[in-house]
Ligand binder design. Sequence first.
Ligand code: UD1
Ligand code: UDP
Length: 353
Amino acid sequence: MKVLTVVGARPQFIKAAAVSRELRRRHEEVLIHTGQHYDEEMSDVFFEELGIPEPDDNLGVGSSSHGAQTAEMLAGLEERIEAEDPDAVLVYGDTNSTLAAAIAASKVDTRLAHVEAGLRSYNREMPEEINRVLTDHAADLLFAPSRRAVANLREESVPGAVHNTGDVMCDAVRWARDRAEDHSEILSEVGVESGEYVLATVHRASNTDDPERLAAILDALAGDPREVVLPAHPRTINRMREYEMYEEASERLTLVDPVGYLDFVRLQDRADAVATDSGGVQKEAFFLDTPCVTMREETEWRETVEAGWNELVGANETAIRRALADADPPGDKPRPYGDGDAAARITELLDDA
Ligand code: UD1
Ligand code: UDP
């Protein structure tokens, strides 16, 4: 069968790479990049190192308002899907690229498969939450990463077929961890020692676009006695400059450009703790046995919190500092996201579709 995969943002390249390795053994795959992320370190680096072929097409939409960006993707994708006439359109996660592809597939009446279906933060202020809900309700095949995600979908009575496949990020980390150990020199490049630093990421609009929240986060991180490495998303750098926080942050933190996947997995694996507002990073820290402090009020990855490996602290300076200082997860850990065979399960389920 022919599968048309749509990606556009950093985490989607990583998830699609994990699935693509399996998918391409059995099916023809056409890969369309919307161009939502376009900087070398936000896009090209992943295609170079993850062993996936270059996209067959890049719509080059770039950055703009959410509506304009989604509309431009929708128009381009509708055309590509019609031209390719695939048996299914495969989408990942909850970005504007996901939503645009979901609508495009439904407009041209092509089966839609959604990886990472059923996640809910129940915070409708998050653009991603609306993207997820709409995509799940448009999808014919829903690949949920956990039992809770399945339950969320049942609760909403989505019309498509729901399957618990486990989480593709678990597959991705397994693929990358040993390779990163052998090939990544990032610790020495950044100048940190294993186990002696905190790794941080911040890019969620609710944190970056609010100067008070961003200042609280940067102050909390700078107050940690360990070295704090922050590979900064371009959005975060832009806002730090706009709010005149950049100079001070670069003096107090080890601010670096976003790094490739193997380097980032290595940094997560060897960190004493992780502080983040990313969805993917919360889970990867969990898979890599690194305690995580999440600078959000809620998470769609609640199992990591219930297991005692992730603490939600919002953008509260005191709470972030305390959680980083006290992080002490339990020794045993459940496996709510499967065993790293999600890509194989998804490929099989697509086969039967
Ligand atoms: C998007 C997703 C978010 C995901 C994140 C992954 C939506 C609504 N949000 O957020 O769910 O967690 O990707 O990283 O889809 N920029 C660059 N270069 C790039 C990409 C972005 O400079 O290659 C800057 C631009 O100023 C842009 C801003 O970052 O306006 C935000 O980019 P955008 O793709 O709109 O959202 P993200 O914050 O990356
Ligand atoms: N990541 C990376 N380099 C970085 C920061 C993150 O490769 O400098 C990877 C990380 O390992 C994870 C994914 O990007 O797999 C998470 O993406 P992001 O935080 O941008 O988005 P989210 O998961 O919040 O949607």
